[in-house]
Design a protein. Structure first.
Lengths: 159, 316
C-alpha cells in the first residue's frame, strides 16, 4: 500500500462533503478555525494529523461531511495551507477538484499583528485587509498601518 | 476618495506641480493679496492628539483662501471619550465638510479614515507612521533655498528611529536623487528596513554618529528633537539627549547656502545663537507649512491656482 493510500485510509471515506489534503502538518486546527468549524454545532469532521507525505514530508488531511466548501471559503485558507488540494465528494466519488488561490488582498481572515494599528480597536467596522506584497515567500502588509506581517502571528490573530 | 496618506500617493511630477502652485500662492499666504479660491469650502480639523503647528497652519491655510474651518476640539470633551469609533466620527465630519485634515495616535488611522470618507483626507500624522504634508513643506523649503530638489547632500540628524518626519523625508529626497547622511546616536539609528528600502531604490545612504564632521559638505542639515517620552527612563534619555546639538560656532566651515531645518518644537538641539546666522531656516520652514497646505488643499479639491495670482487676486 502506498504512503498516500495509507494516509487516506486512516479514516473512512465520506459519502458527501469536502476533503482538504496536503494541509501543512499541524495546521489543520487553524484551517478548521478559519472555516468556522468548531464547537458542537458543526458537521461531522475527520482529522488526520502528522501523517507521512512524499510531497511534504508530513501533512494533515481534513474531511468535512455534508458540506461543500465554496471557492471563496477555500481562498481564505491561502494563509496557512496555500498548497492544499481540495476535492468535493458526491456519492463517494470526487465530483470536483478545487485549488486554493491566493488573492491580491486577504480580507477579513486575520487581524493586523501590530499593536498600535487602528484596526486593533475591535469596534472599528471596516474589513481587515492584508495586501499580498510577495507570493513566495508569502509576505503581507496591513492596508492601513503598512506594517509587514509575520504569517505565524497572523495565524494567532485569525478572525 | 482617498486624499494624501503617504508620499507614495504623489508622483514626482505632482509634487513639483504642487510646489509650483505653492510658490505662486506665497503673496496670499503672507496676507498681501486676497484670493478666496476656497470660498464656501469647509475644512474639518480632526486632531486626536496634540498639535500646534500642523493644526494651526491647516486652519490658517484654509482661512487665507477664504474657506471655513470646523475643529474636533479637545479630544477629552469630544464624543471620542464616549467610545465613538473613528469610522463613526469620520462619517459625521464627512457630512459637515469638504476636506479633512487629521492626526491620530494610531498608525493606519489616516488610511482607515480615507476608506471611510467621501471627502479627501490629508494625513497630518498617524502614530509613528506618515506625515506627508510635513514632507511637502520640507521639500518646499529646500527648493526655495537651493532652487532645486535634485542631487543635494542632506544630513538628517538626531532621533532617526522614532521621527516619522525623517522617514518620509528621506524617501522623498532620494526620489529626487539626493544623497542622505544619517547622523544619530547608535540607539536612535534610522530603522534598517527604511535604509534597505532606500538602497534598494538606488539611493546613496551614509550612516554616522559624528554630526559635526558632516557640516562642511552639507546643503541641508535637518535636525530633530530627541523625545523624552521615547525612552523607558530618565537615565537612558540623559545618555543621548544633547549629544546632537548645533551652536553657531560649529558652522564656520559650512557652505554659505547651507540651511538648517527643524520640524519644531526644538529643545536643546539648536542653540539660539544659530537663529541669527544665515543658515537658520526653521521658522521660515514653519511658515511654509501654511502655503504648502494651501496648495495641497487646492489640488485635492481640484481648484486650479491661477498662473498670474497677482492679477487674479485683490487687495485685502
Amino acid at each position: 500500500m502506498s504512503v498516500k493510500e495509507q494516509s487516506m485510509r486512516r479514516v473512512t471515506a465520506i459519502r458527501n462533503g469536502t476533503v482538504i489534503d496536503h494541509v501543512p502538518a499541524g495546521k489543520s486546527l487553524s484551517v478548521l478555525k478559519m472555516l468556522g468549524i468548531e464547537g458542537e454545532n458543526s458537521n461531522p469532521v475527520s482529522l488526520v494529523m502528522n501523517v507521512p507525505s512524499k510531497k511534504m514530508g508530513g501533512k494533515d488531511i481534513i474531511k468535512v461531511e455534508d458540506r461543500e466548501l465554496t471557492q471563496n471559503e477555500l481562498d481564505r485558507l491561502a494563509l496557512v495551507a496555500p498548497d492544499a488540494s481540495v476535492a468535493i465528494i458526491r456519492a463517494y466519488s470526487v465530483a470536483e477538484k478545487l485549488e486554493i488561490n491566493l488573492t491580491d488582498e486577504v480580507v477579513d481572515v486575520a487581524r493586523c499583528t501590530f499593536s498600535n494599528c487602528i484596526t486593533t480597536n475591535h469596534r472599528e467596522p471596516l474589513p481587515h485587509r492584508l495586501v499580498v506584497t510577495n507570493r513566495a515567500p508569502l509576505e503581507l502588509r496591513c492596508r492601513y498601518c503598512g506594517k509587514t506581517q509575520e504569517v505565524d502571528g497572523l495565524i494567532n490573530n485569525l478572525l | 476618495m482617498s486624499g494624501i496618506i503617504t508620499m507614495d500617493d504623489l508622483t514626482n511630477e505632482e509634487i513639483i506641480s504642487i510646489l509650483d502652485d505653492a510658490e505662486r500662492l506665497l503673496p496670499v499666504a503672507e496676507g498681501r493679496l486676497h484670493l478666496p479660491l476656497l470660498q464656501g469650502r469647509i475644512l474639518g480639523n480632526l486632531f486626536f492628539e496634540p498639535s500646534t503647528r500642523t493644526r494651526m497652519s491647516f486652519e490658517t491655510a484654509m482661512k487665507r483662501l477664504g474657506g471655513g474651518v470646523v475643529n474636533l476640539g479637545d479630544v477629552k470633551t469630544s464624543s471620542v471619550v464616549k467610545g465613538e469609533t473613528l469610522f463613526d466620527t469620520i462619517q459625521m465630519v464627512d457630512g459637515y465638510t469638504d476636506i479633512i485634515a487629521m492626526r491620530h495616535p494610531r498608525q493606519g488611522a489616516a488610511q482607515y479614515a480615507a476608506d471611510s470618507a467621501r471627502v479627501p483626507i490629508l494625513n497630518g500624522g498617524d502614530g509613528a507612521g506618515h506625515h506627508p504634508t510635513q514632507t511637502m513643506l520640507d521639500l518646499f523649503t529646500i527648493r526655495r533655498a537651493h532652487g532645486t530638489l535634485e542631487n543635494l547632500n542632506v544630513v538628517l540628524a538626531g532621533d532617526l528611529r522614532y521621527g516619522r518626519t525623517v522617514h518620509s523625508l528621506s524617501h522623498a529626497l532620494t526620489r529626487f536623487g539626493c544623497s542622505v547622511i544619517f547622523a544619530s546616536p547608535d540607539t536612535l539609528r534610522m530603522p534598517e528596513e527604511i535604509i534597505a528600502d532606500l538602497r534598494a531604490n538606488g539611493a546613496e545612504v551614509t550612516e554616522t554618529d559624528d554630526l559635526l564632521a558632516q557640516i562642511s559638505g552639507a546643503d541641508v542639515i535637518y535636525m530633530t528633537r530627541i523625545q523624552k517620552e521615547r525612552f523607558p527612563d530618565e537615565d537612558e534619555y540623559s545618555k543621548v539627549a544633547g549629544a546632537y546639538k548645533l551652536h553657531a560656532n560649529d558652522l564656520d566651515d559650512a557652505n554659505a547656502e547651507m540651511i538648517i531645518m527643524h520640524p519644531l518644537p526644538r529643545v536643546d538641539e539648536i542653540h539660539p545663537s544659530v537663529d541669527k546666522t544665515r543658515h537658520a531656516c526653521y521658522f521660515q520652514q514653519a511658515f511654509n507649512g501654511v502655503v504648502t497646505r494651501m496648495s495641497l488643499m487646492c489640488w485635492l479639491l481640484s481648484v486650479p491656482v491661477p498662473e498670474d495670482v497677482e492679477a487674479a487676486g485683490g487687495a485685502l
